[in-house]
Design a protein around this ligand. Sequence first.
Ligand code: MRU
Length: 345
Amino acid sequence: MKSIEWLGNALRILDQSKLPVEILYRDAVSYESVAEAIENMEVRGAPAIGAAVAYGFVLGALEYQGDRDGLPSFMEKVQSRLAETRPTAVNLFWALRRMEDRLRECWDMDDLDDVRRVLTEEANRIAEDDRRMNRLIGEVGNEIVPDKANILTHCNAGALATVEYGTALGVIRSAHLAGKMIHVYADETRPLLQGARLTALELLEEKIPVTLITDNMAGYLMQQGKIDLVIVGADRIAANGDTANKIGTYSVAVLANAHGIPFYVAAPTSTIDLKVANGQEIPIEERPANEVRECFGVSVAPEEVKVFNPAFDVTPAKYITGIITEKGMVTAPYSVNLLKLMVRS
Ligand SMILES: CSC[C@@H](O)[C@@H](O)C(=O)COP(=O)(O)O
């Protein structure tokens, strides 16, 4: 199952909001439909969102019907629309910046088809970079996974959240492929159940032993000595190492700390945002109330009850044992070591 696939003139999107009940693909032929697919979380997960907006940008250029001079202002509109879809995952803005830079380099090209070709090549490179980075994250992360480890993960940082392979689940995949007899506890991840619907599905497909738990069971399992380490993904890592990830990650990190359990974040360098000094500066998306009042269309609370639905939280760097990237493992002091990592080619 691929999260997204470029078809040359359309972006095929696996609608993750329907999984695992339905396997539904839809071909987006406009930048607007890519934007809507991101907002509706048909495509989700920071790296997958990054690659999707890159192809959304290409679709904008393919849709454009005017003359060469009008392209820049049209593309500004495309870029703003894609940028407003989800605020937390920095991969979205990273990918848009790469596309914008490439477009700027095309100023002297008169032929619109040449511009479109250059933009398509850049989007393909973004997707390819993600595949490559995830495999490397898997290799780096495999080193810290002991044989027979019981690993807790939260949300879905797997192949579905990326172009391929996954970050946190990429590490788990690599450990499994290395012959380690690991077992994964997957937090269900309320309200949208990415752990139950997506992580459980991916691990079952790969025949990696997995047990699904509700989010409020993690502490009990830790207390019982049933968790050896935690590995999660990330949506944005600030310069000081504070990390935004799916709501509930912070609680898991505090619990891990209280029980002396190592807590790792696995993410490509495209998720590191040195422009943001610390976690307080990371914008946290708030999502519609119905996602909490209902569970997939079924009402689970009074219709009139007030709801607070932040989609992410920030785990302070002090709770993070290490950040697993494609360039290697980063440990504290994060302010120094993240900077060093980012300047390293
Ligand atoms: C490799 S995916 C990393 C994160 O994006 C993931 O853990 C997560 O929080 C996804 O949130 P989502 O709201 O499902 O897009």
